[in-house]
Each structure stands twice: as structure tokens, then as C-alpha cells.
Design a binder for this molecule. Sequence first.
Ligand SMILES: NC(=O)c1ccc[n+]([C@@H]2O[C@H](COP(=O)([O-])OP(=O)(O)OC[C@H]3O[C@@H](n4cnc5c(N)ncnc54)[C@H](O)[C@@H]3O)[C@@H](O)[C@H]2O)c1
Length: 282
Amino acid sequence: MVIMKKIKVGINGYGVIGKRVADAITLQEDMELAGVCDVVSDWRIKIAGEKKYPVFAFDDDYKKQMINAGIPVKGNLEDLIASADIIVDCTPKNIAAKNIEKYKAAKLKFIVHGGEKHEVTGHSFSAESNYRTAIGRESTRVVSCNTTSILRTLTTLKKAGLLKKARGTLLRRATDPWESHLGGIMNTLVPEKEIPSHQGPDSQTVDPELDVITAAVKVPQTLSHLHYWNVQLTKIANKEEILSAFKTSTRITLINYTDGLTANNVIKEWMLAKGCLVAGYA
Ligand SMILES: NC(=O)c1ccc[n+]([C@@H]2O[C@H](COP(=O)([O-])OP(=O)(O)OC[C@H]3O[C@@H](n4cnc5c(N)ncnc54)[C@H](O)[C@@H]3O)[C@@H](O)[C@H]2O)c1
């Protein structure tokens, strides 16, 4: 009998992304959740305790606050680092970059997210585009949701030998749903000043060969992002060839207007009904 050693994964930052990564880890046969770490003491981290996830605080001050709020705390970030084989840092933009010295000092592998710059790890990752180049690395950066979508879509066309170049307009939701009471735009559209917007160049950190330019507009809703693409193909192709290319991806779902899936609010409801882990963020 082969006994598989499970990889112990620590999550630093239990927010929009961290809580989804934690749930996803509990579904993997070869991984175990070493714990989740945060600085908040309210409902956001209490849910982790209710799920019986080991909870850690960033430092001793936050640990005291959590204990005062009735949260059972296992330790601080150093304790989580000591009990993990790898850390997935899901803290907000620019915070992960400050944590990585701790991971390096502990000789831990680590993953950061799209809020950090490519240079923080020197490698940016999107599974269907460059999985193999991540094997054996000490660290990588999982690109943002918009960049991931660009890569998934264009990579399928590229693998089918169809992609020459792509020009996209990204309609970006104004804020994450859970914090829309705190801020966000209303009754306006805010075009990004710079063209290209950063998402096109960001996808080239994963695949430098992509000929892609993006423009982005912030829109006053929180359901999801929506991308429109003009794609120049390498040859004349019919609809079936394009759909066949998209069907080769395990990360793209094709949907039908005739099923009533005609707008983002309906699609989100459909995803929730299917029990989709990531419903609620694009
Ligand atoms: N929200 C999205 O849709 C989205 C999509 C793709 C990528 N990302 C990227 O994922 C990363 C995380 O974003 P998010 O949206 O989950 O942020 P978030 O603000 O929802 O969550 C971050 C969590 O980290 C905690 N935190 C803050 N400082 C900390 C510290 N010093 N130590 C430990 N925890 C700390 C916060 O309390 C919060 O719970 C960012 O790089 C972001 O750019 C976000």
C-alpha cells in the first residue's frame, strides 16, 4: 500500500481569495490545510473557526484581539510557517511582498497573487498556459482574475493554431460584492486612463508570445467582470472550429442563451445553484 504524504498548505490572508483557496485545499486528496492566518477578529475569520480550520494571527497583538473575540487561535504567522510545507499568501496588494522574506528564511515554498508584481517571484502562473514551467520552483505568482481569463481564452485559440492577435475591452466590476457598502462607483463608467490597461501586458508575463492589447472600463456593479474580444485568426475558421478549441479547456464553460443564461446576474445564480466554489468572483 502506498501512503501518500499530504502537502501541508498554510493560507496567509483569509479574505475573498484566501477563503476560497482554503476550501479548495480541503477538497484535494494530496493536501491538508495547515491553517489560515489573518488580522481581523470579526465574522470573516470566525467562519474559519466554525469550519474547524486552524486559525493563526499575524502577530501577538492580533492574537490577543482574536482571543478577546472568542476565537480559538493556534498561534501567530511564525507558528503557521513552522507547520506548513508551502504558504499561499492571499493578503491584499503589496502586503505579500513584505512577507516573503519570512517564507524564504524558513525555506518554504510560497505562492503570491495578482496584486503583487511579477518581479516578486520572477514567475507568473496560469495552469493551462505554463504549468510545466512552475515545476520545481520555490515560488510563483498566480495572476489576477482578469489576466487568468485572458490567458485561458487566448491559450485555447493559440493551442488550436488559430490565434494571430487579440484586442480586448474589459468591463471591470467596481468592487468585491461583500464590501460594496464601503465604496464603489455609482451611475457612471470610469475608463482606465492608460491604453494598454495593465491586464494585457500582465498576461504576457505568463506567455510573452501573446500579441494582446487591452483597454478597461470600471462599471457600477459587483456581479463579475465581462470581456469583449476582437481576435485576428491565422486562417479562416468557422464557428464549430472556434467552439471546438474552447471545448479543449477544462477551465472554460460554454453556455447557451436558449437555456435562459442571458445576463451576468442569471449566470451567477446558475453557478451558485451548481455549487460552484468561485461563484461571486470572476
Ligand atoms: N478579489 C478578487 O476578485 C481577486 C481576484 C484575483 C486576484 N486577487 C488578488 O488576490 C490577493 C488577495 O485579494 P483579496 O481580494 O482576497 O483581498 P481581501 O482584502 O478580500 O483579503 C485579504 C485578507 O488578508 C487579511 N490581511 C490583511 N493584512 C494582513 C496581514 N498583514 N497578515 C495576514 N492577513 C492580512 C485581510 O484582513 C483580509 O482578510 C490580492 O493580491 C488580489 O490582487 C483578488
